[in-house]
Design a protein around this ligand. Structure first.
Ligand code: MN
Length: 201
């Protein structure tokens, strides 16, 4: 069964001016769509043709002969997770359970924000910064290219920030730091993090 490009949870102009409609036209309409198209070609007629996306990502992870399949399947999953990690009118200090855990595990929201931006800024080249739940505690991680904490046992992704240049170049040119600051100040969807925390418990 072929996968469809998931709808954005807001309009393509919904994150403007922080992320423009033009960026989402390319990022969702071209990049994410290409990963879906490639994935469908790769699983067609194989024993993974009817598997779930999560099953495909995990089946291909760590298998060099399935690197292309892993890259496309994981990028489909990562991007869908990223779209939900943002919302119109989002950003700023967290609330609810994730706020409590950020204070407990990082000391303060400011300390969390500094570490999260350091993870995104420290990812050389393309990749992702993540807030995850690991062994009952919050942690920040970064992954290169299509790599995803979805494949790590005992790790639940809560939020992600795409730091591939295609995520920010049209709006912020080379300034990944300005994009990351805007992600936290104006876009991050703490409701999604809280939902993922609730689902994990
Ligand atoms: Mn991307």
């Amino acid at each position: 069964m072929a996968f469809d490009l998931p709808e954005l949870p807001y309009g393509r102009d919904g994150l403007a001016p922080h992320i423009s409609e033009e960026t989402l036209n390319f990022h969702h309409g071209k990049h994410h769509n290409a990963y879906v198209t490639n994935l469908n070609k790769m699983i067609d007629g194989t024993d993974l043709a009817n598997a779930s996306l999560e099953e495909i990502v995990n089946a291909a992870a760590g298998d060099a002969s399935k690197a292309g399949l892993f890259n496309n399947a994981a990028q489909v999953w990562n991007h869908t997770f990223y779209w939900h990690s943002m919302k119109p009118g989002g950003g700023g200090a967290p609330h609810g359970k994730v706020a409590e855990l950020i204070d407990r595990d990082f000391g303060s929201y400011d300390a969390f924000a500094t570490e999260f931006k350091a993870a995104g800024g420290g990812q050389f080249g393309s990749g992702w910064a993540w807030l995850v739940l690991k062994d009952g505690k919050l942690a920040i991680t970064k992954t290169p290219n299509a790599e995803t904490p979805l494949t790590e046992a005992g790790v639940t992704p809560l939020l992600t920030m795409d730091v591939w240049e295609h995520a920010y170049y049209l709006d912020y040119q080379n300034s990944r730091p300005n994009y990351m600051a805007s992600f936290l100040d104006n876009l991050v969807n703490w409701d999604f993090a809280n939902q993922n925390l609730a689902d994990a418990s």
